[in-house]
Structure formats: C-alpha cells, structure tokens
Design a protein around this ligand. Structure first.
Ligand SMILES: NC(=O)c1ccc[n+]([C@@H]2O[C@H](COP(=O)([O-])OP(=O)(O)OC[C@H]3O[C@@H](n4cnc5c(N)ncnc54)[C@H](O)[C@@H]3O)[C@@H](O)[C@H]2O)c1
Length: 202
C-alpha cells in the first residue's frame, strides 16, 4: 500500500484532497496539520478515524530551513543587545524532523493491528512559550559557536506585539497517544536545539 503525505489536510484544499484520495485510491494518507485557526477537523468529518487516514499535529516548528521563530530570534540576537519577546502560545516548539521521522515509521507501525487511527499530537516536553524558548535557543547557538553574546530578553504580552491574526494563547499538546501507538518518546527541546544548530552554517 502506498503512503501519501498531505500537509494542511484539515484546511479547505487539503481536506478535499484527502476525501478524494480515500474515496478513489487504496492509499494510506498521513495528514500533518498544525490545526491553526484555519484548520478544522470538522472538514474531515467521517475521515478522522478512517483506517487509512492518520493525523499528526505538531506544534510551531523550527529547523535550519524556511523562516521560523528560531532563525528570526537568532538573527535579532546578533543585531541587538535587548529583545522583546511575547510570552504567548504556551507550548513547545517542535523540530521539523520529528513529524518527518514519525511519518517514516508509519508504514511499519500500521501493520500493528491495534494501532489506533486519528489524531496524534507531536511536540517536545515542557511549556515555555515564545519568550521561554528564547533562552534555550541562545544557549544552543552559543554552544554551536553561532552566537557570541546572549541578549537581554524582556517578556511582553500579545498586546505588545500585535499580529494581523492573533496567536493562540496556549498550544499545549498531549503526546501520550504517540508514545502508546508508535513507541516514540517525547523529544527534548534542548537536545533537539543542540543537534539542529550543530549543523548550521550561518
Ligand atoms: N483556497 C484557495 O482558493 C487557494 C488558491 C490557491 C492557492 N491556495 C494555497 O493553498 C494552500 C491551502 O489553501 P487552503 O484554502 O486549503 O487553506 P486553509 O487556510 O483552509 O488551510 C490551511 C491548513 O494548513 C494548516 N497549517 C497552517 N500552517 C501549518 C503548518 N506550519 N504546519 C502544518 N499545517 C499548517 C492549517 O491548520 C489549515 O488546516 C495555501 O497555501 C493557499 O495559499 C489556496
């Protein structure tokens, strides 16, 4: 059986695509969706627990590629001695490779008969918020020789950093299903940051 990966599958186009794939093929669909304000599991009504459909929900992700919070804050840290970071979105940033690795495990694990379908949260342990994530990012960057001096970081509220679309106040995830279904331990944010930045070329 083929496995196809769909990102944003709880959105308008993604959910339409998944409906079509389930109806017209015998492929297995792995759906990675961050379930932002735009994501809606109701758009997958009847498919959320389908035997060939599995959903991974990561938290806000970081990696060396593509713009993300880790890269932005490291750039600002090099330019400024002081930063203002919002203490919002209580939750833990997720290294982008974890959803990818979990996806790669699926073909093998799906042979296990009692593996439950449906939604799997995927995020490191801890609840630091954006502001609380800054310090471990700076420590990992210093360790990798990418940052000389850690800036002073001031915690501000959402109102101090307005965005066109308000961020959710909390992004806590429950990864217990992931552990039971796939035997995957929750990743550790600090070691993920160290491993990720060890390969950085800035
Ligand atoms: N709808 C259109 O008419 C249209 C036309 C052309 C292009 N597009 C593009 O196609 C894409 C999908 O459009 P749509 O209308 O289905 O959007 P949508 O807003 O309905 O759905 C987007 C989905 O992506 C998820 N998502 C957002 N950020 C994510 C992240 N970092 N990781 C994982 N999931 C994330 C959201 O939770 C949501 O479920 C967008 O890039 C859009 O710009 C849409």
């Amino acid at each position: 059986m083929k496995t196809i990966l769909v990102t944003g599958g709880a959105g308008f186009i993604g959910s339409t695509l998944i409906r079509q794939l389930i109806a017209e093929s015998d492929w297995r669909v792995v759906n990675i969706d961050k379930l932002t304000y735009a994501g809606n599991l109701e758009s997958l009504a009847g498919l959320a627990d389908h035997a060939r459909h599995l959903i991974f929900c990561p938290n806000w992700a970081f990696d060396l590629h593509v713009a993300n919070f880790m890269k932005t804050i490291l750039k600002l840290a090099r330019e400024r001695g002081e930063l203002r970071v919002a203490g919002v979105q209580i939750g833990t940033p997720t290294w982008a490779r974890h959803p990818a690795e979990a996806t790669a495990l699926i073909p093998a694990r799906r042979e296990v008969p009692d593996l439950p379908d449906g939604l799997y949260d995927l995020a490191p342990a801890g609840e630091p918020s954006w502001h609380g994530s800054a310090e471990p990012i700076f420590l990992a960057a210093q360790r990798a020789g990418l940052l000389e001096k850690t800036p002073v970081v001031h915690r501000i509220t959402s109102a101090g950093y307005p965005l066109p679309t308000p961020r959710p106040a909390k992004s806590r995830l429950d990864c217990s299903r992931l552990r039971r279904g796939f035997g995957l331990a929750r990743p550790a944010l600090r070691s993920d940051l160290n491993d990720c930045l060890a390969n950085a070329r800035y």
